[in-house]
Design a binder for this molecule. Structure first.
Ligand SMILES: [Zn+2]
Length: 392
């Protein structure tokens, strides 16, 4: 694609001027009034320079804007070019992932240079989970590991949790019962993004294998084989609740809930899986003609996520922590006997994505940023961030 072939509207171009009068290089915020732009603004002159497009606009004194070619291409809407893909593609997986599950060492993740941390977050981005091996089997080391990604998200279960099966909280997680594959916090408007957990000890008994299921993989199978079920799971909202504690009663906003498969309304891509059949509330908003079809659809979904092709079972040992993208990968466990001590934490999706974006900017900058760093000179990079960063 020749950059000259990218078409933009004059008002769009003027609105995206990143000269120091229009865009604050430090705060990366717009500092001029979009609504002062005449509706019919037209350039006085347009000059194709080797590194980008220079546009002179009429103003009291003429106003010069410059747009790098790479930036125009990256942000083109006409034609829409390959956008919104700053990282490698996601890799969907089934039970065969057990041959080489994504793993990184504690030492790598904790290293000063943050390369290991970047690798860890890329694992989570690609696979929706990653093990960390060689973690000291203490709550302190595990908490430190979680904080490498971002703030710990406090919930009704506490901030950093460290628990045994004593029903300290009114939730099945605090028992020795088996738990089917589910995502956490279906009763929140914004379910926690990442979940990190670490088995610290298991004495006087056996069982308690960990189950992981890639919800995106299961959704792709369902879409292929049972498109009607996939459609119902993508459109029918499911209400949910957390009500086991006397002084808390959580339901999502809106209370009608969210579909099991949430899609990006702009790109159509699958964005989030929400599935916990135990926490589901009364299905009172179903229309009568859909009730049986919807039950057939979740039956099909349940069959898909419990098939031996989807289920990845692993017996965790003290020293190996796992972090899971709770918007994609479902987790569960088999029943167990004896005394297990688990610790872990939730981390917000936004904190994780911010950290991944910062480390990508550093270790794998996009075309626009790397070109801006070499080409236009350092004045476009202020406070370590280019004004042409594609996230802006
Ligand atoms: Zn300007």
């Amino acid at each position: 694609m020749e950059p000259e072939n990218v078409v933009t509207h004059n008002i769009w171009l003027r609105d995206h001027c990143r000269c120091p009068k229009c865009f604050h290089a430090v705060t990366k915020q717009r500092i001029f009034n979009t609504f002062d732009i005449p509706r019919d603004i037209a350039p006085m002159s347009v000059n194709a320079k080797p590194s980008g497009l220079e546009v002179v606009w009429p103003d009291k004194v003429s106003h010069v804007s410059f747009y790098p070619w790479t930036w125009l291409q990256e942000n083109s809407y006409d034609p829409p070019l390959n956008q919104h893909k700053p990282y490698n593609e996601k890799i969907l997986w089934g039970s065969k992932i057990q041959k080489s599950p994504p793993t990184i060492t504690y030492e790598e993740v904790m290293a000063e240079d943050q390369q290991g941390l970047y690798k860890w977050l890329l694992n989570i981005h690609k696979f929706g989970f990653s093990f960390v091996s060689g973690v000291p089997a203490t709550p302190e080391a595990t908490e430190e590991l979680a904080k490498k990604i971002g703030f710990i998200r406090e919930t009704q279960y506490g901030k950093f949790w460290d628990f045994t099966a004593d029903l300290a909280k009114g939730d099945t997680a605090y028992t020795t019962l088996a738990l089917g594959a589910h995502t956490d916090n279906t009763y929140f408007s914004d379910p926690c993004g990442l979940q990190l957990f670490h088995l610290l000890s298991h004495t006087d008994g056996t069982g308690g294998a960990t189950l992981l299921v890639d919800g995106f993989y299961a959704a792709s199978i369902l879409k292929e084989l049972h498109p009607e079920a996939h459609h119902l799971l993508s459109t029918i909202p499911v209400p949910a609740h957390a009500a086991g504690e006397q002084d808390a009663l959580y339901t999502p906003s809106p209370q009608t809930g969210y579909p099991v498969l949430g899609h990006n309304t702009v790109t159509g891509e699958l964005r989030q899986v929400r599935w916990n059949n135990d926490d589901r509330s009364v299905m009172k908003d179903l229309s009568a003609d859909v009730v049986e079809k919807w039950y057939d659809a979740i039956r099909q979904w349940n069959k898909t996520i419990t098939s031996s092709d989807s289920e990845y079972w692993v017996q965790l040992q003290p020293g190996t922590a796992v972090v899971i993208d709770n918007h994609r990968v479902m987790h569960g466990r088999s029943a167990f006997e004896g005394k297990r001590r688990m610790c872990g934490a939730y981390i917000g999706m936004d904190e994780y994505k911010s950290k991944l974006a910062v480390l990508s900017e550093r270790f794998n900058p996009d075309k626009v940023v790397s070109q801006a760093r070499k080409g236009a000179g350092d004045e476009t990079v202020v406070n370590g961030r280019s004004i042409w960063n594609c996230a802006l």
